[in-house]
Design a protein around this ligand. Structure first.
Ligand code: ADP
Ligand code: ADP
Length: 226
């Protein structure tokens, strides 16, 4: 049993567009899978179905050994990191990190410990009392990562998390994400249209084209097929 089993999953949007066509991916525990492919190939749609932000038209998604097709997003034991950070603008960084845990009724001491640990890992301790607008793009993306980390989820889902950053920051954040993921050992599904980013991050790459899997394998096998 893999950590995430995506089995014969399809998405047919209202109007009939089949954005994802019978895709199957078994993601191992702790594995970093990158979905890559041109704009419109169905990457986001597939990720959003795993996240519960989009209904699954056909097939099943299992996280752990639980079919999550009909499970509410908040109950799926996953945390998602978005391209636009999706921080709460009126809350401090501390409260952005703590919010999801407060909602789950996590004891205050536990919240403080988890926020402190995530802030240390991401080197954002000095910004905890600031509001998001007083942070740079890279710092905001760290807060978004922190919000995922504090949940200690079974899986991270990343939707083009670095595409709003400048090229230099993108490269350094890429390295940080990889290091953090290995350190935490959290199973990850990451969407990008950037091949270099995909190669650097992935344990295995899934190349989508027209809603179907074109290739799946380790980066060197996918990009250096003779
Ligand atoms: P990618 O993330 O690879 O750019 P998407 O998953 O966003 O691709 O889109 C895949 C296909 O589904 C595209 O043809 C897109 O136009 C279509 N699509 C995406 N969202 C919707 C929607 N809400 N309604 C109808 N079609 C959609
Ligand atoms: P709210 O805006 O929800 O009223 P507060 O900003 O008053 O929240 O903070 C709620 C709790 O979060 C505080 O009692 C404190 O324990 C904790 N907290 C807030 N900011 C920090 C911080 N920078 N460092 C540690 N704990 C903090």
């Amino acid at each position: 049993m893999a950590a995430i089993n995506i089995t014969n999953v399809s998405k047919i949007y209202a109007g009939g567009v089949e954005a994802v066509k019978s895709v199957s991916i078994d993601i191992d525990d702790g594995e970093f899978i990158v979905l890559v492919g041109p704009s419109g190939c169905g990457k986001s749609t597939l990720l959003r179905m795993v996240a519960g932000l989009e209904a699954i038209s056909k097939g099943t998604v299992e996280i752990g050994d639980r079919v999550i097709n009909d499970v509410e997003p908040a109950e799926r034991d996953i945390a998602m990191v978005f391209q636009n950070y999706a921080l709460y603008p009126h809350m401090t960084v501390y409260n952005n990190l703590a919010y999801g845990l407060k909602n789950r009724g996590t004891p205050k001491a536990e919240i403080e410990a988890r926020v402190a640990e995530a802030a240390r890992m991401l080197e954002i301790e000095q910004y905890l009392t600031r509001k998001p607008r007083a942070l740079s793009g890279g710092q905001r993306q760290r807060v978004a990562m922190g919000r995922a980390i504090v949940r200690k989820p079974a899986a991270f889902l990343f939707d083009e998390p670095l595409s709003n950053l400048d090229a230099k920051l993108r490269v350094s954040m890429r390295g940080e994400i990889k290091q953090l993921q290995k350190r935490l050992g959290t199973t990850s599904l990451y969407v990008t249209h950037d091949q270099l980013e995909a190669m650097t991050l992935a344990d295995r790459l899934v190349v989508l084209n027209g809603g179907e899997i074109e290739q799946i394998g380790r980066p060197l096998d996918v990009y250096h097929t003779p």
